[in-house]
Design a protein around this ligand. Structure first.
Ligand code: AOF
Ligand code: ZN
Length: 367
């Protein structure tokens, strides 16, 4: 490749260690909200002497775990961190001070922390005491890792993704394609990334299954069911949710909701009027960084909500799975929300993937 014959310089491995930081950070995927995912590696004389990641809000930060792992070897070492070390007392003390106390020589950072109470203060503090500081290593990768956290920090709203499946002839498929829910498939991985997965009550009444965690130890997002605009009562069937899984029904005050069987772990939140902004306000207040609208079953009660949400630029990402089939029969129309927008919506940073036999496209809405 292009690196052949290039003399090795001091920073040549920076990308390599930063990618390792991101890999470590991902061990806590879906578990850190409202905090970001962060990984840290301590390197001395070309060897990794300590590694750590932030497991959960309230627990120590990545740097603290990595420094503990390195022990005395942290002295004169280089610390790689996927996010700028914090410089404030939050639930935990400042990482800048921990790095200074451990006498690291150099700190290499993936991206500046958009949190206004950090925002370069951590870098400034390290530079002030004479530590060599570099930023912006594998910056795109680090930003993608925490796209939801960054979005929430900058806008005050959780990051919103819409997911659906379609056939090659462009028909909306109201059930998940076969095979996609397999363990390790893109769908179960996608679920893990989100703090909540949102389904429509009509889908639930049609017995569209609620996604359950596919892998042991994987994050199970909170499940939210939207019940709105219905003159007849919405019956929520006895669901096969694990006792540990939390389920919330968001209902507008005009709609009556009947739980078919009393279940523990079900909560009701009543809104004057359900809109995407009202939903996001609630989710934000609960410390959620991201929500996934899962378009399965009859999604007609979602359509207006999502259409308004897209027009108001409250939706950030679309994930479409294209199944290798030509399907004319029995499919519903494409969700209206995604076809009756007043103007064209373009996707950027498109990422195609192959999962089993299906093609998955992820793209970001241009704001
Ligand atoms: C770091 N390393 O691993 C993480 C950081 O309440 P606290 O003490 O957990 O602080 C939360 C804030 O700290 C969070 O909003 C973000 O700005 C930063 N997260 N910083 O140096 C870490 N998770
Ligand atoms: Zn910290």
């Amino acid at each position: 490749g292009v690196m052949c014959g290039v003399a090795q310089d001091a920073g040549a491995d920076d990308g390599f260690y930063m990618r390792r930081c991101v890999e470590l950070a991902r061990k806590a995927i879906g578990c850190t909200s409202p905090n970001p995912m962060v990984g840290c590696v301590i390197v001395k004389d070309g060897k990794v002497v300590g590694e750590g990641f932030h497991p959960k809000a309230g627990q120590p930060h990545a740097e603290v775990f990595a420094l503990r792992d390195a022990g005395d070897l942290a002295e004169n070492a280089t610390a790689y961190v996927s996010l700028e070390p914090c410089n404030h007392y939050g639930r935990t003390p400042p990482c800048s001070e921990a790095l200074i106390k451990a006498k690291v020589k150099k700190v290499v950072v993936g991206m500046v922390d958009p949190n206004p109470i950090v925002a370069s203060k951590g870098l400034d503090r390290l530079r002030d005491v004479g530590i060599d500081v570099t930023t912006g290593v594998e910056e795109e990768l680090c930003k993608r890792l925490n796209e939801a956290y960054i979005h929430r920090m900058l806008t005050g709203n959780p990051f919103v993704t819409i997911r659906y499946s379609m056939s090659v002839n462009g028909h909306f498929l109201d059930q998940l394609g076969q095979g996609v829910a397999e363990s390790g498939g893109y769908y179960s991985q996608l679920l893990q990334e989100y703090d909540a997965v949102i389904l429509s009550s009509s889908a639930i009444m049609e017995n569209v299954s609620i996604p359950a965690s596919q892998e042991a130890g994987a994050n199970q997002p909170l499940q939210i069911i939207i019940a709105r605009d219905s003159s007849s009562p919405i019956k929520i069937p006895a669901l096969t949710v694990e006792p540990t899984d939390k389920l919330i029904v968001f209902a507008d005050k005009e709609t009556s909701v009947e739980l078919e069987r009393a279940q523990t772990g079900i909560e009701m939140v009543v809104f004057d009027q359900i809109s995407l902004s009202a939903i996001l306000e609630y989710c934000n207040s609960q410390g959620m960084c991201s929500v996934l609208f899962d378009l399965k079953g009859n999604v007609s009660d979602f359509e207006e909500l999502l259409q308004d949400g897209i027009e108001q630029k409250l939706v950030q990402k679309i994930v479409v799975e294209v199944l290798p089939l030509w399907d004319e029969n029995g499919v519903r129309n494409f969700p209206v929300a995604l076809k009756s927008l007043s103007k064209r919506v373009e996707l950027k940073n498109l990422q195609p993937k192959i999962s089993n036999e299906n093609v998955v496209l992820e793209g970001y809405l241009v704001c």
